[in-house]
Design a protein around this ligand. Sequence first.
Ligand code: SAM
Ligand code: SF4
Length: 322
Amino acid sequence: MLIDQYGRKVDYLRISLTERCNFRCQYCMPEKPFSWVPKENLLDFEDLFKFVKAAIDEGITKIRLTGGEPTLRADLDSFIKMICDYKPDIDLAMTTNGYLLKDIAHRLKDAGLKRLNVSLDSLNPKTAAIIAGKDVLDNVLAGIEAALDAGLKVKINMVPLKGVNEHEICDILDFCKERKIQVRFIEYMENVHAHSELKGMHGKEILNRIKQRYDIEKIGRQGSSPAFLYRIKGEEYIFGLIDPHKHDFCESCNRIRLTAEGYLIPCLYFDEAMSIKDAVKEGDIDRAVVILKEVLSNKPKENRWNEGDSEASSRAFYETGG
Ligand code: SAM
Ligand code: SF4
């Protein structure tokens, strides 16, 4: 079992499969062009799987594949199958922008993927294009339908932004309600890579928008999820709000992150990281496990994410997987 210095059981590994992306979301990617990490610096699936097996043996029961855009990795379904063959009851999920999902959703489900979070920030083609940097909406919507058709359990992520998509909060909620899928509104997290003029919305402002259309009631957090859940009164429909500016979910944090280059990160909001790449490439899995435990011993008590906090991590969401 993996336990950190504050006694928290860590059983959730988030793996960023690539920092590359076919979108340029304003809240995630830099305005200026940048060069990607060379492909040869990425852990290949064989090496990654060696570490995943060891992490599962140490007590990881839940894995999320993310990025960048994880669907850009070739042979993604084979990697999923390797994990599921090794541990059939693993809780394996993925976060994606949905753009390529239409053609692969069934394959991913057949390989063993159970759950999928799709980012959907607007139902208006022009607004979606402004946020993502290209015309994406048709493909994303087709991807969501394909995932549902394949029998994947889908959740939607929306990042509301002032003056951009804030007026669509209830429309996205209704879109999800009609399809009986949960939406989670994520407060925009300031970061040095995002477009500088962006303004996020506070959780309260997001809820106020929803209250203009619906009566809602608090449910609370479930387990170690960062989402605080609400119910629409008189209906069964439940949605979530992720408010990272608060620290109250840190005390039950159960996660650790691995970047595509092999860096283990104890907290999304910290720059400290250690690489398992050399150990894994040399086949020294014991050393990789020692590094894993050392990173856990450095896992901070709570995140440092405060508005205007210059100490906040400079690492990009497209590297860490959000
Ligand atoms: N490309 C995939 C996607 O967009 O779903 C997976 C990676 S993305 C980094 C994971 C999640 O992080 C997405 O739901 C995205 O909306 C969210 N995200 C990225 N940058 C963010 C920011 N600055 N504030 C809040 N959420 C952010
Ligand atoms: Fe790509 Fe996801 Fe970042 Fe958008 S949020 S740029 S889709 S990694």
